[in-house]
Design a protein around this ligand. Structure first.
Ligand code: FBP
Length: 700
């Protein structure tokens, strides 16, 4: 080893250097040692389940048919028990093997679910074992599992991601996969399997629970997804699980970054930061982000779907017709709405801002939704008849477009074939290639459209940029000029501001931000106006000061685009999610120890302070309904989307104008603060939940 290498090695071995470059930062050490509070019932050594009829479900006949053994499950409240009878003691405390699997995208808090189950199981019987299935449901099918040890659990307490056992999106959807899964559970002698996942994964949990019912293996689901679209209510609207875990942490991470962008753009005053925020379909995350950091414009998909173009309706009325295109938003409409905000801010000198676009917004835009549904059907049909190979058979965009063209031709020859007609094909050919590619992208294992792979923000912002250019040419997109600056500039050149003000500005003397008249769209038109008003001879050049004023009035629309998704999924859990998930882990164990199956662990009253939290077992099967997946109707857990009548949305809607801040003066941006476990700085629960609880009697 050369002298240089020796020296290098010596440096790397210095304690200060080792400490400095250690993979384990102080933050991680603090996080690992944080002990989340436990709900009061878990302070008892034992728990029992109390079934309640307080909640009602409208059972779908198909669920009853396919899930007969778990369909009549009731909601179960977990209760503490200090001195059980000996039978209960023995049953509760028996040695158990429990398997756990993460399914779908990571969500902050997953490790604490494992920690909760581990702590509850080991304190009840140290002989019990927890097995983690590796890489998601594939781990169950392939029997890839590892025993979860205390050391492993301690290493991951309160940390983000699903790194301990990883995750995957495979769906256990065939008889063969089901048989292989059953074999794995049998081989590991599992008493129970815990499926941590979203709507699709909890659906899977219900089917596994049904399959394993006769074999005595219990299956419990856990509501996970940053999207926040697992919100469970009974048929009368009573909340059973107000929010999936991971939502709060992801929203907090997104809001933190977006708040920093707000600080940046209001300092440098030259960019519009365009932020796409994850959420496959529902806009819950965008709504929470809006509440947390008050961006200038936040689109909410569910609101867009409700859009009615009053102008078109009026026009149609006058023409004695009905304009169906007036209902629902088109991409073009939407770009106009965004432009309106941009133009209005520019008028008061703010040629910058923050725009939040939910990832799933396209789902709520008529023309795009139509494409998504049609293409889903075409791809699913092809895969069913050709053994799942659409994307292999047509790897290139051109191949796919050719295939669609053939479909369109077919529709002309055979009127019974109507999924893809020539009009669809023409419309589809009108959209940019990158967007076509996005819409044709492969569906996930559950048949979901992969919104994260589509550059939604680019599609929209291209339209916005084009329209702003048109508005510029029409003299309708101008940068308002501060009156002081105008006067100072004119005085500097020895010109009386009042001489030219009324000639070049449309609001001179009326506002602190001066707007150049719409017909002045270039230096040439400026000259023409001055000549026309008799203020400049044809042979003379426009005074330098006026040229400067004009140049300043021309906005340059510059954007920076950002995608907030994977970073939030990987972020560390907030206090709320750490505590929520740890208690979910304890709830899971209570459900298992009292013999439940086909239930989802949940905690009621999350919208209230911690002391009101109430751990529950919620039946999955009665909450399922039929949905079209891969062009077939399938039973799935219903996704919850943003309710446009909810207080949270109504608050955001009411403050929309204020947060746009298209008036002179300060912005309304809000800094949500860091994600700490110790201080009071981070909100203790999602703001959406806080506001939506206003609906309920007795709470605020
Ligand atoms: P889950 O529903 O599995 O929790 O995942 C949600 C999500 O994060 C969406 O917000 C996003 O559209 C999608 O996952 C991205 O999936 P992928 O990891 O396959 O890119």
């Amino acid at each position: 080893m050369g002298q240089e290498n020796l020296e290098q090695e010596a440096i790397l071995n210095l304690p200060i250097v080792r400490e400095t470059v250690s993979n384990i930062s102080n933050e991680v050490i603090i996080r690992r040692s944080f002990a989340p509070r436990r709900c009061a019932v878990f302070e008892s050594s034992y728990t029992f389940l109390e079934e309640t009829d307080r909640f009602e479900f409208k059972i779908h006949p198909e669920s009853a048919k396919q899930l007969p053994d778990i369909i009549y499950n009731k909601v179960q409240t977990v209760k503490g028990l200090d001195s059980p009878g000996s039978d209960k003691k023995q049953l509760y405390g028996k040695k158990r093997n429990i398997g756990i699997v993460f399914s779908g995208g990571p969500a902050p808090g997953g490790h604490n679910v494992i920690a909760g189950i581990f702590d509850a199981a080991k304190s009840t019987n140290p002989e019990s074992k927890i097995f983690g299935f590796l890489m998601g449901p594939d781990g169950i099918i392939e029997n890839e599992a590892m025993e979860v040890t205390r050391e492993l659990v301690d290493n991951y307490r309160n940390l983000g991601g699903f790194g301990m056992i990883k995750t995957g999106r495979t769906k256990i959807d065939t008889a063969e996969k089901m048989t292989m899964s059953a074999q794995t559970l049998n081989a590991l002698q599992l008493d129970a399997l815990v499926v941590v996942g979203g709507d699709d994964s909890n659906t899977n949990a219900a089917f596994l629970a049904q399959e394993m019912f006769s074999k005595g293996v219990q299956v419990i689901g856990v509501p996970k997804t940053i999207d926040g679209d697992i919100q469970v209510r009974d048929s009368r609207g009573n909340d059973l699980c107000a929010m999936s875990f991971g939502f709060h942490s992801a929203a907090h991470a997104f809001a933190g970054s977006i708040s920093n962008l707000a600080t940046d753009c209001s300092s440098d005053v030259k960019y519009w930061h365009v932020c796409k925020v994850m959420g496959r379909v529902a806009s819950h995350l965008a709504l929470e982000v809006a509440l947390k950091c008050h961006p200038n414009i936040t689109l909410i998909g569910e609101d867009i779907a409700d859009y009615i173009d009053q102008k078109r309706i009026e026009r149609a009325k006058q023409e004695n017709t009905v304009d169906y295109t007036a209902y629902g938003m088109t991409l073009r409409n939407l770009s106009r709405v965004i432009c309106d905000g941009i133009v209005r801010r520019a008028e008061v000198g703010k040629n910058y801002g923050v725009l939040v676009i939910p990832e799933g917004v396209l789902e709520f835009i008529n023309e795009i939704q139509m494409f998504i549904i049609k293409l889903n059907t075409i791809i699913a049909d092809y895969n069913q008849t050709h053994d799942n190979i659409f994307h292999k058979d047509f790897p290139l965009l051109e191949d796919k477009l050719d295939f669609l063209r053939r479909q369109a031709r077919l529709s002309r020859e055979n009127p019974n074939f109507s999924v893809w007609n020539t009009r669809d094909d023409d419309l589809f050919n009108d959209i940019p290639a990158f967007f076509q590619e996005g819409l044709l992208t492969e569906r996930d294992a559950h048949g979901n459209f992969q919104f994260s792979l589509v550059q939604t923000e680019k599609v929209l912002m291209d339209l916005v940029t084009d329209y702003l250019e048109i508005l510029k040419d029409e003299g309708k997109y101008k940068l308002g000029i501060a009156k002081n600056w105008y006067e100072k500039t004119m005085n500097k050149y020895g010109i009386d501001p009042d001489k030219y003000g009324p000639v070049i500005f449309k609001n001179y003397g009326l506002s602190d931000f001066l707007l150049i008249k719409p017909d002045i769209i270039s230096k040439k038109t400026l000259k023409q106006v001055l000549e026309h008003e008799g203020m400049l001879k044809e042979s003379k050049d426009v005074p330098q000061a006026l040229k400067k004023v004009f140049e300043k009035s021309v906005p340059k629309f510059k954007t920076q685009t950002h995608f907030y998704g994977y970073d939030g999924r990987g972020s560390d859990p907030t206090w709320f999610d750490c505590t929520y998930t740890y208690n979910l882990g304890f709830t899971v164990f209570s459900l298992i120890a009292s013999g439940a199956t086909g239930q989802m662990a949940a905690i009621r009253n999350l919208e209230m302070g911690f002391d009101h939290w109430e751990p529950l077992g919620v039946p999955i099967a009665p909450m399922m309904h039929l949905e079209e997946r891969k062009s077939k109707l399938e039973l799935v857990l219903e996704k919850s989307i943003v309710d446009v009548n909810s207080p949270a949305f109504r608050v955001v809607k009411a403050l929309r104008e204020k947060w746009l801040a298209a008036v002179p003066g300060n912005e309304c941006y809000r800094n949500p603060g860091p994600n700490t476990l110790t201080g009071d700085t981070v909100e203790d629960r999602p703001l959406t939940l806080k506001l939506n609880s206003l609906n309920k009697d007795g709470i605020r």
